[in-house]
Design a protein around this ligand. Sequence first.
Ligand SMILES: [Zn+2]
Ligand SMILES: [Zn+2]
Length: 426
Amino acid sequence: MTTDNTRESDLEKAEFIDIAHKIVREGLGPICDNCLGRQFATVSSGLSNKKRGEILRYALKKRDVEIESGKCWLCNGLFVHLEDWVSKALEALEEYEYNSFLVGTKVSGLILENEELMWEIAGASFAEPLKAELNREVGKRIEQETGKIAEFDRPEIVVLLNLWTDEVALQVNSVFIYGRYLKFLRGIPQTKWFCRACRGKGCERCNFTGKMYAESVEELIKDSILDEFQGVDMVLHGSGREDIDARMLGSGRPFVVELKEPKRRHVDLQKLEEKVKEENVGKLEVTGLQYVNREMVARVKNAKAAKTYRVKVALKTDVKEAELRDAVAALDGVVIEQQTPTRVVHRRADLVRKRRVHELKLMNYAIGSCAIEIKCDGGLYIKELISGDGGRTKPSLSELLGAEAEVKELDVVDVDLDVSVEDGKS
Ligand SMILES: [Zn+2]
Ligand SMILES: [Zn+2]
């Protein structure tokens, strides 16, 4: 094998044998082949550090250099007991489903000090850090044992070798699923609201649940799917949120759920949709589920999504249909100046936002009520567009009619997301 001979002859230059000699002479005791070879990691590629160490040891013997044998002073025998770390890692990984992983090492203070000392003796110009070799060697063995792939970019699990504690810990990365939810029942918030009286501790007012509402979209989805992934927790990231008393119909609202520390990551999403439906009849459904990457969370949350609403409006009985048609036409395509509504100003900054009504249609009219469909920029408060909120929203249906108008029921029927889900597929 000529190539190997060339590699070996690179290492056998006097310059390197001199350094190896210095390591043997000035080191704090016996040195293993891995630790010796690692100081020359960049000299000849394609060899393991162990092999490099063997070649140099042989070259030193030819020079009649006496080499101490015994436990390596630098790694303290770490590379002799590599298999122990591999078994610990495999044991920790056993109950997890994954395709890709990465090994990381938390090096102990003693080894760091030894390594610095080594670099003072040998120079660090050709060396590789101990942790890089350990990560690679343990990674290779896990690959061989499991058939899984060590991946730097987006590993599903990071295996952490802690040389301080002698323990292996896992960092299990979240699974992200994109979808849309439909909410058929009014009175359910998107996420859990802590009880205002006790702030979540539990009190008489909240019946010791700590919550303002018994259920939320997030909790309902979580109850149906978390077990399937055997995760620790689930968080819902919605593209905006509807009012608690509004239904979410039509195409549904885009969301990404994050499943934390899942033991299962390849669940059949079609079946998952069915499960959510069966367990939440009359309340909730999810559609279009697909696995995505972490970046989709921010993209879905920050998307400028146009919304379409259908509202039932209560009117003063003396409002005539013609007046109503004129008022509706006057709002169509108009930019609304909206000061933060009175009902939310306690939790949102008080400022004036400009939002456009894309389209406004009168769906039906009866004496004292009507139904309107509104397509508008995300972030326009619909209840106030109708009521005027005491002049804080301008113009408003109420203002144009010169008579009180109030939303009685509100449904969201479309959320038009300007984000491509295809780009975020995982
Ligand atoms: Zn060593
Ligand atoms: Zn309470």
